[in-house]
Design a protein. Sequence first.
Length: 243
Amino acid sequence: MERIYGYCRISRKQQSIDRQIRNILAEYPTARIYQEAYTGTKMTGRKEFDKLLKTVRSGDTIVFDSVSRMSRNAEDGTATYFQLLEAGVNLVFLKEHHIDTATYTEKLNSQIEAIKTGDATTDKLINAIIEALQEYMASLARQQIRLAFEQAQKEVDDLHQRTAEGIETARRAGKQIGQEKGRKLTTKKSIKVKELILKHSADFSGVLNDVDCMALINGLQDCNVSRNSYYKYKRELRQEAES
């Protein structure tokens, strides 16, 4: 029995993923949706996509809103496309149906009947031309798939270039780029973590050493802290106490 999956991806959690989900479910209402926020062009490290790859079997279908949601890296995207195709998994791209695996397979399997003229030499020549034409059509179909992933990669490459150019323009104009050196960035999370450090660290009002204090903080919901951030917050607390 064919199982249908939808894969949706955004680059940042602040973005909305609803449009992608809505587009997929509009055409495939029974699709099971895998979704995640992941920044970067590489396909490795996407937890939900990795889960999906381990779940799909031959005959299953994966639906993407667009080719860029599968990959914005031409090498990775093309390689994964053909790996899944070889495994019998159907791929559907709502905005690029011309590279759906069904479309590619149809082009690949389209055969021109051999010609029989009655003359062996003529038949050999014409059928050699037909065979070459079929190989050309298959190659062209593969190039279209590669081109789609290259275009997706170009979009993100162009964005990075425009961002770099914008930063350089602002720098030349004397504008501050990023956070000023020495300035503390205050967030709800940093405030909460600092309160916990003050309460539980033996260096302040508590009894816990740094290892145990970090373990306590990281054991709380939505309040994890890295080692570097933990010690940075401790330094800031000491500075605040001294000022």
